[in-house]
Ligand binder design. Structure first.
Ligand SMILES: [Zn+2]
Length: 324
C-alpha cells in the first residue's frame, strides 16, 4: 500500500508486510479515531490512489467535511464507504474495526451475543456487523480447489430422533470439499448448504468449487456417479456400514464436519437457523482457510480489504434471502 497516507498515529512510511497491526496495543494506537479508520479503508479500497466511482478517472479528489470526496473531473460526490458494505452505516468505523479485530484474532471468532457484550453495542448492531463480515468473507474465497479433493455431505443442525444419521434425516445438508495434501494434512475447504444430496445438487457444488482436472474422492453414493463422465478424475471408495468407518476413507471431510459442528455448538451455542446457515459456513471457511496465516493481523487486514471492496447490500437482503 504505497499510497497509505499517515494520519499521525500510523507508522510512516508503511512498509510491505507491515501494513497491519500485529498486536492489540498496536491496533488501539493505529485506529484511535474515525480519521485513522477512513485513511486505512481508503488505502485498502484504492491501493493505487482514489478512483472516481462515477467516471472512473483516477486522481486525488477534493476533500470536504464529513469524509466527502469530490471528483475533480466530474464533481461526483462520494466517500470511502459509499457503495460498499459500510454504506450509510450509523455505527462508528472505530467500532467496525474493533469488531473486525476481535473476529479475526480470536481462535473461534465471536457470536453476536459476545460481540454485543464486548463492544457495548446493541445485539442487532452486533448481528448485522457479523453478517456483513460474512458477506465480505465469501469474496475472499475465489480460487477453486485443486489437486486431490475429498467431497462428501454432512448433516448439520436439527435433531436426530432415531439416533441413526443418514441421507434421509431431516437436517440441513452441507456439501463439503477439502483439499488433501500428501503425505498428510489438509489444504483449503469450501462448503455449501444444499437442498439435498441429489446428483443435481452435488454436481452444481463440485463444478462451482473444484477446478477441472482435480481428482475428486467420494464414497459410493450414486449422487456422484456423474463424475465418471466429467472433467474430473473420480476416485470412489465404497463403504458398507460394517467395515471402514467414514473417517478412515474420508479423513478430511470427516474432520471438517466435526470441527464445524463443534464451532456451531460452541461459539454459537447451536443457534444457527437454516436460513442463515450459509453465512456461518462462509465464516467457518474463511477462518479455516487462514488457520496457518503467519499473522492474525494479516487476516484482519484481509477482512477489511474485502469489506472495503464488496458492493453494498440492503439490510432487508441481509436478513432475508441473501443470495450466497
Ligand atoms: Zn468522476
Amino acid at each position: 500500500m504505497e499510497h497509505f497516507e499517515s494520519q499521525g498515529h500510523l507508522p510512516s512510511p508503511l512498509v510491505a508486510g507491515r501494513d497491519y497491526p500485529t498486536t492489540y496495543r498496536e491496533f488501539i494506537e493505529w485506529f484511535s479515531d474515525e480519521a485513522a479508520c477512513v485513511a486505512y479503508l481508503e488505502a485498502l479500497r484504492w491501493p493505487d490512489g482514489f478512483e472516481c466511482p462515477q467516471c472512473g478517472i483516477a486522481g486525488e479528489p477534493w476533500r470536504e467535511t464529513r469524509g466527502r470526496l469530490v471528483c475533480r473531473s466530474c464533481r461526483h460526490q462520494s466517500s470511502v464507504t459509499a457503495g460498499t458494505l459500510l454504506e450509510k452505516t450509523r455505527t462508528p468505523l472505530t467500532t467496525w474495526f474493533e469488531a473486525a479485530w476481535h473476529v479475526t484474532t480470536t481462535k473461534n471468532g465471536f457470536s453476536a451475543k459476545s460481540l454485543e457484550r464486548t463492544l457495548g453495542v446493541r445485539y442487532r448492531v452486533a448481528w448485522t456487523m457479523l453478517q456483513r463480515f460474512r458477506v465480505a468473507m465469501v469474496r475472499a474465497e475465489r480460487e477453486p480447489l485443486s489437486g486431490s479433493v475429498e467431497v462428501d455431505e454432512a448433516r448439520v443442525g436439527g435433531v436426530e430422533h432415531d439416533g441413526k444419521p443418514g441421507r434421509g434425516t431431516r437436517k440441513c445438508v452441507v456439501a463439503i470439499a477439502v483439499e488433501v495434501k500428501q503425505p498428510m494434512g489438509f489444504g483449503r475447504v469450501r462448503m455449501r448448504h444444499v437442498t439435498d444430496a441429489s446428483a443435481a445438487s452435488l454436481r452444481l457444488f463440485v463444478c462451482a468449487m473444484v477446478a477441472p482436472g482435480a481428482t475428486v474422492h467420494t464414497d459410493g453414493w450414486s449422487g456422484y456417479n456423474w463424475l465418471a463422465q466429467s472433467p474430473y478424475s473420480h476416485q470412489r471408495t465404497v463403504m458398507s456400514a460394517s467395515e471402514d468407518p467414514a473417517h478412515v476413507a474420508m479423513p478430511g471431510v470427516h474432520r471438517i464436519a466435526s470441527l464445524l459442528k463443534r464451532w456451531i455448538l460452541g461459539t454459537h451455542q447451536g443457534s444457527v437457523s437454516d436460513e442463515h446457515l450459509q453465512a456461518y459456513l462462509e465464516e467457518f471457511t474463511f477462518r479455516f482457510n487462514r488457520r496457518t496465516s503467519r499473522s492474525r493481523g494479516l487476516v484482519f487486514r484481509r477482512l477489511l480489504e474485502q469489506v472495503a471492496t464488496t458492493a453494498h447490500i440492503s439490510e432487508a437482503d441481509l436478513i432475508h434471502g441473501y443470495q450466497w
